[in-house]
Design a protein around this ligand. Structure first.
Ligand code: GLU
Ligand code: MG
Length: 640
C-alpha cells in the first residue's frame, strides 16, 4: 500500500509544517522524471497482478475464526526464503495495512505473449502454497475482501481490547491498534489522518434489513458521545482506518509503451472500473452485520477521509484553502488523454501555483491539472530522516502525495533512473475466493487492454456519469439490478473493429444511428452484448482471440476465465457477495436479524477456505467442476 520509508515518523503538527516543502520538492521530482522520460517510446507491454491476503485461525472446538496478527513474521520469512535468496524467485511479498494481511505479486512482470495468461493461475497457486506452508496448525491464508466480524470483540489472535484514548493510532472503539501492521507508516497514517481531519473517521454502511432486523436499526453508544453523534440510524457504524484499509483487493498494473498510451489506457479503463467492481463484488458484511452494499469501496473511502470540516463544506473556509469534494480514496476526477478532455465534466480543485509551474515547464493542460489536483492533498506521513532529498535522483516526496491518492486508477511515472516505463494501475476489483477466479478477473482486464489498444476502442463518457456508475456498482446485487451509463458506439474511429464478428459489427452500426453517445445498460448487456444495442465486451474479446495465435491449452484456460465473467454478468453464476449472503441466510444459526455470530462467521470462512483449496466444489459460484476442465488439458500426472 504505497511508499514504505524507514525512520522516525513525525506527528501531524510537524508533518503539516513540512507540507509545502514536500509538495514543492515532490513537483520538482516529478519534473525531473517527466523531462527525463517523457519521450521514451517502445517500452514493451508488461503487466502484473497484486493479491492481498488475510491470515486466519480456526478454533474448531469453539467454532470460532480469528484474524492472526502474524503478518510481519510471515512476510519476513517469505522474503527471506524468496527474493532475498533468489532474485529470480517467482513470487514477491509486501506488507499491507492489517497485521493479519500480506500482499503477493509475481516475481517478474508478465510480458505481452498470450501464453503468459496460462501462468497467472499457477503463480497465484504458488503464492498461496508458499504462504500457507508457513502457517501454524489450524491457520489458513484467505482471499476474502472483508472479514465479516472485523472489529467485533475478540476478532484477532492474540486478542486485544481496543483502547479508545488519545495517544494511540485510531482511538477506535472496535479496532485495536495491535491489528495495524507494525511498520510505522501504517499507524502514522492512521493517526495523522485522524489528526488532520480533527476527529475520528466516520464510516456508516447501510444495514441490510432482514425480517427480524430492528427497524429503525439503532446502535447505542451510551459511553461515547462522539460515536453516538456520528453513527446514523439504519447504518453499521465504524470508526477506524482499519475497517477500510483492513480489506483486501485485487489490482493489476500495466506498463504502456509510451506516456501517451498510458494516458489513453488510464482513461479507457477508468470507465470500466465500476463495471468490473460490481462484477467482482465480494464484501457484504461489516462489523458482524449484513450490510446493504456488496463492495468495500465506500467503506474504505470514508475510512481514510482526512478532510477537515471546512474542506467537506460543513464550515466556512478559514484555515484551509479548498473545498474538496471527495476523500483521498475515491474515483478519478479527470481524464488524461486528449480524447478525454471534452468529457472532463467534474469540478476539479487544483493547486493553481503548481498548475502554472507545470505549464511553464512545458507540461500540457491535462497532465498539469491531474498532478495539480493530486497535490491539493497534504502529505500524511513524513520521516524525520527523509525531509531533505536529492530531487534529481529521488522521488519520495512525489510518491508521498501520489501514493496516498488512492483512486480507481493510478497513473504512475517511472521511478527515477530505472528502466521501468509509464504505468497505469487498475484498482477497483475485490479479491475473489479462489486463484481461478482471481486469474479470471485479471486476465479479463488485461485482455481488455489488448482489444482497447488493438482496435482503438473508445469507452469514454462524461466522467460525472462514471461517478454515478461507481455509486450504483456498490449496491446490493448491482451486477444484476444496476443500470450503468455506457458508451453505445465504442468504435467510432470507424475501424473494422470486430472483423468477422457480424453480430457485433451490426449492433455497433445500429447504435451509431442514435444521437446520444451513451445509454443506461445492464452489466449483462455491457459484458455479453445485446442484439441491436451493444456488441458486448466478451464477444469482442472472443473475436480478438480468434485472430490471435494461441496454443490450445492457453486458449482453454482463457475460455474458462471468460466463461466465468460471462456467467457472473448474466446471473447464471453468483458473485462472491451474493453467494456469501445466501450462505448466511441458509445457516441454521441465522435469525434473519442481520447479525453474523461467531459461529456463522466460522462456518462461512471455513467454507471459503475449503473452496479456495478445492476441498469442495461450489458450482453456484464457479460453475460445474471447473477444475477438471482446466486440468484435463494440462496435467498428465494428475490423480483424477
Ligand atoms: N486494500 C486496499 C483496497 O482494498 C488497497 C490498498 C493498496 O492500495 O494496496 O482497495
Ligand atoms: Mg496493496
Amino acid at each position: 500500500m504505497g511508499l514504505l520509508s524507514q525512520g522516525s515518523p513525525l506527528s501531524w503538527e510537524e508533518t503539516k509544517r513540512h507540507a509545502d516543502h514536500v509538495r514543492r520538492h515532490g513537483i520538482l521530482q516529478f519534473l525531473h522524471i517527466y523531462h527525463a522520460v517523457k519521450d521514451r517510446h517502445k517500452d514493451v507491454l508488461k503487466w502484473g497482478d497484486e493479491v492481498e491476503y488475510m491470515l486466519v485461525s480456526f478454533d474448531h472446538e469453539n467454532k470460532r475464526v480469528q484474524l492472526v496478527l502474524s503478518g510481519e513474521e510471515v512476510l519476513e520469512t517469505l522474503q527471506e526464503k524468496g527474493e532475498r535468496t533468489n532474485p529470480n524467485h517467482p513470487t514477491l511479498w509486501r506488507p499491507e495495512y492489517g497485521s493479519y494481511m500480506i500482499e503477493g505479486t509475481p516475481g517478474q512482470p508478465y510480458g505481452g505473449t498470450m501464453s503468459e495468461f496460462n501462468t497467472v493461475e499457477d503463480n497465484m497457486r504458488q503464492r498461496r502454497k508458499e504462504a500457507t506452508s508457513l502457517l501454524k496448525e489450524n491457520q489458513a491464508l484467505c482471499t476474502i475482501t472483508s472479514f465479516p466480524r472485523l472489529g467485533c470483540p475478540g476478532f484477532t489472535l492474540p486478542e486485544f481490547k481496543p483502547n479508545p484514548v488519545e495517544g494511540g493510532a485510531s482511538r477506535s472503539l472496535f479496532f485495536p491498534d495491535e491489528a495495524i501492521n507494525k511498520h510505522p507508516r501504517f499507524s502514522t497514517l492512521t493517526r495523522n489522518i485522524r489528526h488532520r481531519r480533527g476527529e475520528k473517521v466516520v464510516i456508516n454502511a447501510p444495514i441490510f434489513k432482514d425480517k427480524n432486523t430492528p427497524s429503525p436499526f439503532i446502535e447505542k453508544f451510551p459511553e461515547d458521545d462522539e460515536a453516538a453523534k456520528a453513527s446514523k440510524p439504519d447504518h453499521i457504524y465504524m470508526d477506524a482506518m482499519g475497517f477500510g484499509m483492513g480489506n483486501c483487493c485485487l489490482q493489476v498494473t500495466f506498463q504502456a509503451c509510451s506516456i501517451s498510451e498510458a494516458r489513453y489506457l488510464y482513461d479507457q479503463l477508468a470507465t470500466i472500473c465500476p463495471i468490473v467492481m460490481a462484477l467482482s463484488a465480494a464484501s457484504p458484511f461489516y462489523r458482524g452485520y449484513v450490510s446493504d452494499v456488496d463492495c468495500r469501496w465506500g467503506v474504505i473511502s470514508a475510512s481514510v477521509d482526512d478532510r477537515t470540516r471546512e474542506e467537506r463544506g460543513l464550515e466556512p473556509l478559514k484555515n484551509n484553502n479548498y473545498r474538496i469534494s471527495k476523500s483521498r480514496y475515491d474515483s478519478i476526477d479527470s481524464y488524461l488523454s486528449e480524447c478525454g478532455e471534452k468529457y472532463n465534466d467534474i469540478d476539479l480543485t487544483i493547486d493553481k501555483e503548481i498548475y502554472e509551474q507545470l505549464l511553464q515547464e512545458g507540461i500540457d493542460h491535462l497532465l498539469a491539472q491531474h498532478v495539480a489536483h493530486l497535490f491539493i492533498r497534504d502529505p500524511l506521513t513524513l520521516f524525520e530522516e527523509k525531509i531533505h532529498l536529492d530531487d534529481a535522483n529521488e522521488s519520495d516526496h512525489f510518491e508521498n502525495i501520489q501514493s496516498t491518492n488512492w483512486q480507481t486508477m493510478r497513473f504512475k511515472p517511472p521511478p527515477p533512473n530505472s528502466d521501468i516505463g509509464w504505468r497505469v494501475e487498475f484498482r477497483p476489483m475485490e479479491v475473489q475466493l479462489t486463484d481461478f477466479e482471481n486469474s479470471a478477473y485479471v486476465v479479463f482486464v488485461v485482455l481488455l487492454t489488448r482489444v482497447i489498444l488493438s482496435y482503438k476502442l473508445d469507452f469514454l463518457i462524461p466522467l460525472s456519469k462514471v461517478d454515478e456508475n461507481m455509486k450504483v456498482a456498490q449496491k446490493r446485487d448491482a451486477v444484476l439490478q444496476g443500470m450503468f451509463y455506457f458508451r453505445k458506439d465504442i468504435c467510432k474511429g470507424g475501424n473494422a473493429v470486430v472483423d468477422g464478428c457480424g453480430k457485433a459489427q451490426q449492433s455497433v452500426e445500429l447504435a451509431a444511428e442514435e444521437h446520444e453517445e451513451y445509454a443506461l445498460m445492464s452489466i449483462d448487456t455491457i459484458i455479453n452484448g445485446k442484439e441491436g444495442v451493444f456488441p458486448g465486451l466478451i464477444p469482442i474479446l472472443n473475436c480478438y482471440l480468434e485472430n490471435m495465435e494461441v496454443d490450445v491449452d492457453t486458449r482453454c484456460s482463457i475460455l474458462n476465465y471468460l466463461k466465468l465473467i460471462k456467467k457472473r454478468a448474466s446471473g447464471e453464476l453468483m458473485t462472491v457477495a451474493k453467494w456469501m449472503r445466501e450462505f448466511i441466510a441458509n445457516h441454521p444459526d441465522y435469525k434473519q436479524d442481520s447479525v453474523i455470530t461467531d459461529q456463522i462467521n466460522y462456518s462461512l470462512i471455513l467454507k471459503c477456505n475449503q473452496i479456495a483449496n478445492e476441498l469442495c466444489e461450489c458450482p453456484e459460484l464457479l460453475g460445474p467442476a471447473f477444475r477438471r476442465v482446466r486440468y484435463s488439458g494440462s496435467k498428465t500426472d494428475s490423480s483424477n
